[in-house]
Design a protein. Structure first.
Length: 147
């Protein structure tokens, strides 16, 4: 995968980000610091022109089912997602930064849509779909860069 040449907010960056297998989710903690965690996600269309990203609490080992990122988003809904690609050949580097507003899924239909998208993207979820909370990020801005 390579992105549009140079940097900016070209729509190609959004397409590239939607295909990424992993991203880093940045949320603001209660103390005002930034918490950054790797996460898997799927992209959904609408409601706005940039669409949504969704992720869910899954079966991977955790201290408990109520993740700090969910508490962070409840208190401070503004989030940032970074997806990137690194290679030793630096002319192939790229990154995409997505900004948005996070919230828990509203209702069974939105939750089911999110889980279906995650199952379709990640084979690991086909045998064991996520059963925990679903985080929805309504995208408000996209910016990217490539070498």
């Amino acid at each position: 995968m390579t992105g549009p040449a140079g940097g900016g907010d070209d729509p190609g960056w959004l397409s590239l980000a939607r295909q990424a297998r992993i991203g880093r989710l940045g949320t603001r903690s209660a103390s005002g610091g930034i918490d950054l965690v790797p996460f898997v996600f799927a992209a959904l269309d609408g409601p706005g022109p940039l669409g949504r990203l969704v992720c869910a609490v899954d079966h991977k080992p955790k201290r408990h089912g109520r993740l700090r990122r969910l508490d962070n988003v409840a208190a401070h809904p503004e989030v940032t997602v970074l997806v990137d690609h690194y290679e030793e050949e630096w002319d192939r580097l790229w990154w995409v930064r997505l900004r948005g507003t996070g919230r828990q899924a509203m209702g069974d239909a939105e939750r089911a849509e999110a889980i279906a998208a995650l199952v379709a993207k990640y084979g690991q979820y086909r045998e064991r779909p996520p059963v925990g909370a679903v985080l929805v990020i309504e995208l408000t801005a996209v910016r990217g860069w490539s070498a």
